[in-house]
Ligand binder design. Structure first.
Ligand SMILES: *[C@@H]1O[C@H](CO)[C@@H](O)[C@H](O)[C@H]1NC(C)=O
Ligand SMILES: *[C@@H]1O[C@H](CO)[C@@H](O)[C@H](O)[C@H]1NC(C)=O
Ligand SMILES: *[C@@H]1O[C@H](CO)[C@@H](O)[C@H](O)[C@H]1NC(C)=O
Ligand SMILES: *[C@@H]1O[C@H](CO)[C@@H](O)[C@H](O)[C@H]1NC(C)=O
Ligand SMILES: *[C@@H]1O[C@H](CO)[C@@H](O)[C@H](O)[C@H]1NC(C)=O
Length: 419
């Protein structure tokens, strides 16, 4: 009641003083409110200006506005996951497109495995690009991942592989221990069934004329393609007329266990040996260093890298081992004998019959293929393997034709213990 009365009448003097104090407080309060409002406005306007500036920058460089700054210097392997493998050799995409991929890529997927993934057999690298890429070798020898070493079977052919059914039997059940590469002449347009081990294993090829220098180029192209798969540790060159003489396990173990390469190399006086030497090759290659041998070779990864990286002997052959020089019979035997003779067995693993004379070895037809004949090829000679004498000297043989196929299919699985 008392309070009610007080509010209705004129305020007593002590109340007047109170209201003056309240007015001052209000004034201070409004002043502070104004000041903070001003500060907020200023901050906001600066922030907005900054934001629009950033926005313009982002539009200019196509940077995703959400990307944290530490993502901008993109490591190269990130791009590999999104790159179409068939485009492996093509120039990098225009500079503004890679950053766009940042958001799409999954950082946790970039690992050594991704980096080591070989391109698909068919790619668009030029020879020069391919050889350069294949020449790379790690300086740390221990491989940091578990991997099973593979043998690369490289087929240098004119066209189809008439003995493919025999090879299919040979490879069956050994997936993961081999890779296949096929270099036919580019004009070859035959197709390979999807369930074949040869499906999708064709590599970019160029025209090959037998006995000419481009045959050596094709061999190096095959080696370079096979080197792109880091798990390939042994490299075998074969032709469409070659057959295996043992089962996969025996051949695999023989190759993996060998301390030496199998590049046949011998010095042959006379017109088809030393007679093919061109004195213009001096001083790079001297007559005493000139060697001849079979072009069908086997070698390990280290030697294969040396072959694709050779910038001395290979160009000399390209200039001076033409024409009728048969570079394919001389380049590797000479190169390997000059530089790596210690690591070479000097013999070939591919049996062939030159006994009938003439410029070409014998071809074997249907009636030639008998069990005794195959037994003779498998165990009929003696040679050295890792310093010990053995009667397994040839793992492959040529030249067999389509006519020999059904007999081979009949005898081989039992005699050679396929599967
Ligand atoms: C890869 O490239 C080839 C040819 O350039 C094209 O036909 C194919 O569709 C591409 N694949 C992908 C997944 O981009
Ligand atoms: C990224 O990779 C991890 C592991 O491989 C997976 O669990 C995750 O779902 C991936 N994320 C995207 C966005 O793809
Ligand atoms: C393959 O090439 C030959 C000529 O070399 C041609 O006659 C044939 O029609 C071609 N086949 C296909 C499927 O293109
Ligand atoms: C291979 O041949 C070279 C000469 O070309 C010779 O020096 C070397 O001792 C031979 N190696 C073997 C294992 O026979
Ligand atoms: C392969 O052949 C050898 C004899 O050369 C035999 O001992 C081995 O059991 C065969 N391996 C398989 C997987 O059949």
């Amino acid at each position: 009641m008392k309070n009610y009365k007080l509010q209705q009448g004129s305020p007593p003097p002590n109340i007047k003083l109170l209201s003056a104090q309240m007015q001052l407080q209000n004034l201070v309060f409004y002043f502070l409110l104004f000041c903070s409002g001003l500060a907020l406005g200023l901050t906001l306007s600066f922030y907005l200006r900054d934001f629009s500036f950033n926005l313009q920058l982002n539009q200019l460089f196509d940077l995703p506005a959400t990307a944290p700054p530490e993502l901008s210097p993109l490591p190269l392997p990130l791009q590999m996951t999104n790159t179409n493998l068939t485009r492996v050799g093509s120039p990098p995409p225009p500079p503004h497109s890679p950053p766009l991929q940042i958001t799409k890529n999954n950082l946790s997927r970039v690992g050594l495995k991704q980096y080591l993934k070989p391109p698909s057999a068919m790619h668009d690298m030029k020879d020069e690009e391919l050889l350069w890429r294949a020449s790379m070798a790690p300086r740390i020898r221990e491989f940091p991942l578990n991997r099973t070493p593979k043998v690369a079977f490289m087929f240098l052919t004119k066209g189809p592989l008439p003995l493919a059914p025999l090879w299919e039997l040979f490879f069956k059940g050994h997936e993961g221990l081999y890779t296949i590469y096929v270099h036919p002449n580019p004009s070859f347009n035959g197709t390979v069934p999807e369930d074949s081990v040869f499906h999708g294993r064709r590599i970019p090829s160029k025209v090959v004329r037998w006995g000419e220098f481009n045959m050596v180029e094709a061999e190096r192209r095959l080696l370079a393609n096979a080197l792109l798969d880091w798990s390939n540790q042994r490299f075998v060159l074969l032709s469409e007329s070659c057959i295996p003489l043992f089962n996969f396990s025996t051949i695999y173990n023989y190759l993996m266990g060998s301390k030496k390469a199998f590049v046949e190399a011998y010095d042959l006086p006379g017109p088809v040996g030393q007679g093919r030497y061109n004195p213009k090759m001096r001083p790079t290659i001297k007559l005493e260093q000139w060697r001849k041998g079979s072009q069908w070779f086997e070698m390990d990864r280290e030697l294969a890298i040396e072959v694709v990286s050779d910038k001395t002997y290979f160009p000399s052959f390209g200039r001076y081992c033409v024409p009728s020089c048969y570079a394919d019979e001389h380049y590797l035997p000479t190169f390997v004998s000059v530089r790596f003779w210690r690591r070479n067995s000097n013999r070939t693993l591919t049996w062939v019959d030159w006994s009938k004379g003439g410029p070409h070895p014998s071809r074997f037809l249907r009636t030639d293929v008998t069990i005794d004949f195959l037994k003779m090829l498998r165990h009929g000679s003696r040679c050295e393997y890792n310093g010990k004498s053995t009667n397994i000297c040839y793992l492959f043989a040529r030249k067999f034709t389509l006519h020999a196929l059904d007999r081979l299919l009949r005898f081989a699985p039992k005699l050679m213990q396929f599967n």
